[in-house]
Design a protein around this ligand. Structure first.
Ligand code: MTE
Length: 288
């Protein structure tokens, strides 16, 4: 197999090149994030051709082939519910809401594979503080865009749409939680959830909802797509936890895409130092 650009170029050189590409795409200025891992990013080709995006089919290769029908411009996100200042934000406004950073995060899918992805975005908290949540707001509910004409394969996916997800407000405010508008120095490809998605690196990949249309602040724990579809197998929290098996398989190990041998999965996907305090006193076997 030929070597890829990201495998032969020194990390600093290609990151600088990425930053240059990003400014060309209107994503500048990009800061460096202290949250980034120094692990080798997964090649762009794998990041953009091995996807879960059930609106465009359940096969990993389908989103890259079918997501071109998604219309991402114009695009707005409704931010509403228990907030003092509800807003409808155009995606161009979102990109300018706070300084963009490149954040290289480890991502762990519930199915047992993992990647390292150079995302672009800013902490979701930057958006949250601008809408001023009311005291009663305890959770944040997210909803993806859904349109059956743009997403004809969705009818065979076996789950209901729009895709919905949720976080406790304190999880949403944790600085690691990324509102993401790009990857690898460019705007988000459609198959990766253009034009705006969530990235929650200490949770299984399905919490990182794509192509967001609505963000709602609520009092009660909101329903989530995978726990609606199969509550025995998927809970609300979905923190990466090698000690709690999925009912049908172990979660102790993972295969990093591009590697042959499996590696140990880390509690909270290695981000425990940033997030474990959110769960002190919570039985993570019960709240999986
Ligand atoms: N968001 C929507 N709207 N629809 C989906 O099917 N799949 C989730 C998540 N977000 C999904 C979604 C799952 S299971 C994973 S693993 C990640 O997106 C995959 O993100 P990636 O393709 O950018 O790696």
């Amino acid at each position: 197999m030929p070597l890829r650009y990201s495998q032969v170029t020194p990390r600093e050189v290609y990151l600088n090149r990425r930053r240059f590409l990003a400014s060309a795409a209107g994503l500048a200025p990009l800061g460096k994030s202290p949250f980034s891992t120094s692990e080798q990013p997964t090649p762009l080709k794998d990041v953009t051709t091995y996807n879960n995006f059930y609106e465009f089919g359940t096969d990993k290769s389908q989103p890259a082939q079918l997501a071109h029908t998604l219309v991402t411009s114009p695009w707005s996100v409704r931010v509403e519910g228990l907030v003092a200042k509800p807003r409808v934000l155009d995606v161009d406004e979102i990109r300018k809401l706070a300084p963009l950073e490149e954040r290289i995060y480890r991502m762990r899918c519930v199915e047992g594979w993992s990647m390292v992805i150079p995302w672009i975005g800013f902490s979701l908290g930057e958006l949250i503080k601008r809408v001023e949540p009311l005291g009663k707001a305890r959770y944040v509910a997210f909803e993806s865009f859904y349109n059956s004409k743009q997403m004809p394969a969705a009818r065979w996916a076996g789950i209901d749409f729009p895709y919905v997800e949720g976080l406790r407000l304190d999880e949403a405010l944790n600085p690691l939680t990324l509102l993401c508008v790009g990857l690898y120095g460019d705007l988000l490809p459609k198959q990766n959830g253009a034009p705006v998605r969530l990235v929650v690196p200490w949770k299984y990949g399905f919490k990182s909802i794509k192509s967001i249309a609505r963000i709602r602040f609520v009092e009660k724990q909101p329903p989530t797509t995978w726990s609606l579809s199969n509550p025995r197998e998927y809970g609300f929290y979905s923190n990466v936890n090698p000690a709690v098996d999925h009912p049908r398989w172990s979660q102790a190990k993972e295969r990093r895409i591009g590697e042959f041998f499996k590696r140990d999965t880390l509690p909270f996907n290695g981000y425990g130092g940033h997030v474990s305090a959110l769960y002190s006193g919570l039985d993570l076997r019960k709240y999986y």
